[in-house]
Design a protein around this ligand. Structure first.
Ligand SMILES: O=c1ccn([C@@H]2O[C@H](COP(=O)(O)OP(=O)(O)O[C@H]3O[C@H](CO)[C@@H](O)[C@H](O)[C@H]3O)[C@@H](O)[C@H]2O)c(=O)[nH]1
Ligand SMILES: [Mn+2]
Length: 735
């Protein structure tokens, strides 16, 4: 058990999970089962003359080896779960007026898919933290350089004068006004609060209305232009990809004047848009974060930095991640519960969780690339620069730090700040911070710290996972490969855990193999598993049953419903079939220098119909994505092979008994059950969100082709054929 640093009582307590003996028994027994499977596969390889069966056997052996080794990696985050409990009162007692300055960075990139009203709700929620206001500064980075977003932030700076005192007076939670007023639809019971509640609510609604009108018009009303000098920065030539640097300090915390309604000072609030030019690569969110680091160092220079995405409002005003719009059974598995409830606690036990973008706190020094030095005392107070300079001088100084040329020939993006070149800038930066000796810890309060917006369609979810898994795989093939880069710097468990994430996307290959070859073999009566009466059947049955039962209990423990677990299994499969293969292909194209990295910003709004279906947990297909063609083809292939296999076995009495094909039947049957929403979307549903007919026809044709491929007679050549299909599909998607 350990705790916080320094004198007196500890600031937090660390507890390790108990009862691990059962887990370790489970681990050893599954490992033994896997070893038996390998032995079986190795000694029972069919003779080469058997043609198709030989190839199929070797392939499945490879796939099982991969899954076994990957399973071992996933145990790293289950070995030693660690939990942290904080003592907040002690913190304020001990430090009182010596609390560090905190700079909060909010990033936004596009006023259409990230509506300004959502962005400022996030801003307002972090401005209202229960933390000494004069020590808090909030920065909004707007990568689109949008006048609309600037206008919304200006409105927010005015509304904050009412919102912050209201939050403090009534200890409001959550502190995002939109979320709060939605939660308290009826006015609060106590009368004193009711008056303020009504007044604040109507202020909010008026502001929301003004912002919505401007958003619909696509421009800021002329009368507003006169009200702030900042608008002079915009002219008709400005586009999201082409604009100069803009820094506007909307509230300067050093001023005596901007008192809010209850005579409180407001936190510093800054709007920033770094310079963007069409021929200058802007490095996505990492570039925005590095600009924020420099601009904030001139203005407030806080020692502690919190970064949140523009959709992730603070849900808990005392702690300084999670998703808001998750339906009961989490149809797309976007709550990431297993990550937040299992993985991250496990990571905390082996050296600390990853940096996952939104909702993470860092010391400025560690983001700036400094090595951890055990001898120098943690610096919680950084010197504040430019104390005398007035606001406009500060703004000018800051603008020079975020021009396109500022970073050339510097270490920014390499050894300083967030790293460039990766679609998961957060993970790779976090890894290098840990390798420099810094530790991270995971705090998961009972009232969730942040709530963000999850994708509400299948396509968006798959695209997001493609970006993540692609970024992670690139790390594996770069000099940051956890086992090489982390050698001698981080614990084995942490290296394994990073590798587990890095190797998400290659898991697509063995998975594809299973769901294509097993049904085909079943249809031809080719057995790839031991007979039920054989002793070798035991390890297969045990490993499958034990790991599934474990996964079920883990998910229920993490807060999933039974149906939620089932949905999670489906998404597990869908990601491996339709998202990860593209990540693998794109990673190789990038390694070959054919492709450049991209960052597809996740949409945060959906039209009414789509949202309605999401709330009813009806899967959204709708678009002509190649991802869906793959899913539909595999669903079709499995169902026709299952039907034909069962028919020939049961009615026509071919292939001898069922005993030797039982495992394949179970696997194939499970794939069919998991795919029920796909069949529904192809054949049963009407209205929006169903699978387009063209995809249905293509997938049936492809499935019949694969079905018709002979596997027994001539062997090898025929088995290669279905893979050509998938390759073609990949190419088509890339075009
Ligand atoms: O050029 C860009 C692109 C994105 N963003 C911002 O980055 C954030 C994350 O983008 P989003 O599309 O919402 O991606 P998610 O997959 O939801 O984000 C997760 O994964 C990202 C890495 O892939 C991390 O950067 C994020 O912090 C993490 O929450 C948003 O606030 C964007 O506005 C920028 O500022 N500039
Ligand atoms: Mn997001």
């Amino acid at each position: 058990m350990g705790g916080g640093v320094g004198d007196g009582e500890v600031l937090f307590e660390t507890k390790r999970a108990k009862g691990r003996i059962w887990y370790k028994l489970y681990f050893c027994s599954v490992l033994a089962g896997l070893c038996m499977i390998w032995v079986y596969r190795a000694i029972q390889i069919p003779g080469g003359g058997g043609g198709g069966r030989w190839w199929a056997w070797i392939g499945i052996f490879g796939a099982e080896l991969w899954f076994s080794l990957y399973w071992i990696l996933t145990q790293a985050v289950r070995w030693n779960p660690t939990y942290r409990y904080t003592f907040k009162e002690r913190l304020s007692q001990r430090y009182q007026d010596k609390l560090p300055n905190v700079d909060i960075f909010v990033c936004t990139a596009d006023p259409v898919i990230e509506p300004p009203i959502m962005v400022i709700n996030t801003v307002l929620s972090v401005m209202a933290y229960q933390y000494p206001v004069e020590k808090l500064s909030v920065y909004l980075s707007d990568d689109s350089g949008s006048e609309l977003t600037f206008y919304a932030l200006l409105e927010a700076s005015r509304f904050a004068k009412a919102w912050l005192p209201f939050c403090k007076k009534f200890k409001v939670e959550p502190r995002s006004p939109a979320a709060y007023f939605e939660e308290t639809l009826a006015s609060p019971r106590e009368r004193a609060e009711a008056v303020d509640w009504l007044a604040t609510k109507s202020l909010y609604e008026e502001m929301e209305n003004r912002i919505d009108v401007a958003a619909k018009l696509g421009r800021v009303p002329a009368d507003q232009h006169k009200q702030h000098k900042g608008f002079s920065q915009w002219n008709s030539a400005i586009t999201p990809r082409d604009h100069q640097a803009i820094v506007e300090i909307l509230i300067d915390g050093r001023d005596e004047k901007p008192l809010d309604d209850e005579e409180f000072v407001l936190p510093t609030l800054v709007y920033m848009a770094r310079e963007k030019r069409p021929f200058h690569h802007h490095n996505f969110k990492a570039g925005a974060m590095n600009s924020l680091l420099r601009v904030s160092s001139e203005i407030s220079n806080g020692a502690i930095i919190l970064n949140v995405d523009c959709d992730m409002y603070s849900n808990n005003s005392e702690t300084e991640r999670c998703t808001i719009n998750i339906t009961k059974n989490d149809i797309y598995g976007n709550s990431l519960r297993l990550m937040t409830e299992v993985d991250f606690h496990g990571l905390d036990g082996v050296g600390g969780p990853l940096y996952t973008g939104s909702g993470c706190f860092h010391r400025r020094e560690c983001l700036m690339g400094k090595e951890y030095d055990a001898n120098s005392k943690a610096q919680l107070e950084l010197i504040r620069k430019n104390l005398e300079a007035n606001t406009s001088i500060l703004e000018e100084k800051a603008k020079h730090l975020i021009t396109c040329s500022y970073e050339s020939n510097t270490e920014w993006g390499k050894e300083m700040g967030l790293k460039y070149g990766s679609p998961v800038e957060d993970v790779i930066t976090g890894l290098s911070i840990q390798c420099r000796g810094w530790k991270s810890i995971y705090f998961n309060p009972s009232r969730i710290g942040f709530l963000g917006v999850a994708p509400v369609t299948l396509a968006q979810t798959l695209v997001q996972h493609k970006r993540w898994s692609e970024g992670d795989l690139q790390i594996f093939f770069s000099k940051y490969c956890p086992f090489i880069f982390g050698h001698g710097k981080i614990k084995l468990g942490l290296k394994m855990a990073y590798t587990m994430y890095c190797l998400w996307s290659p898991c697509s290959l063995p998975t594809l193999y299973h769901v294509v070859i097993l049904p085909m073999a079943l249809r031809h009566g080719i057995s790839l598993y031991p007979n039920i009466n054989s002793i070798w059947f035991m390890p297969f049955a045990y490993v499958i049953a034990a790991t599934k039962l474990y996964s079920l209990s883990e998910s229920l423990w993490a807060g999933y419903t039974l149906k939620g677990w089932w949905n999670e299994q489906r998404m597990w499969l869908f990601k491996r079939l339709a998202s990860y293969p593209f990540a693998v292909v794109d990673t190789f194209l990038k390694l070959l220098g054919v492709n450049k990295s991209a960052f597809v910003v996740t949409a945060k709004v959906a039209d009414k119909e789509v949202s309605k279906r999401y709330e009813q947990e009806i899967m959204e297909f709708g678009s002509h994505s190649l991802m869906f063609t793959i899913l539909a083809t595999i669903a079709m292939l499995n169902v026709i092979c299952l039907v034909s296999g069962v028919k020939r076995m049961v009615w026509e009495g071919e292939f001898g008994s069922l005993d030797s094909l039982l495992v394949q039947l179970v696997v194939c049957g499970t794939v069919v059950l998991v795919n029920i929403p796909v069949y529904e979307a192809m054949f049963l549903r009407s209205g929006g969100g169903r699978i387009p007919n063209s995809i249905t026809f293509t997938s049936i044709a492809l499935a019949i082709l694969a079905y018709a491929v002979p596997m027994r007679q001539t062997g090898s050549a025929s088995l290669v054929f279905p893979w050509h299909q998938t390759e073609k599909t990949h190419k088509a998607l890339l075009e």
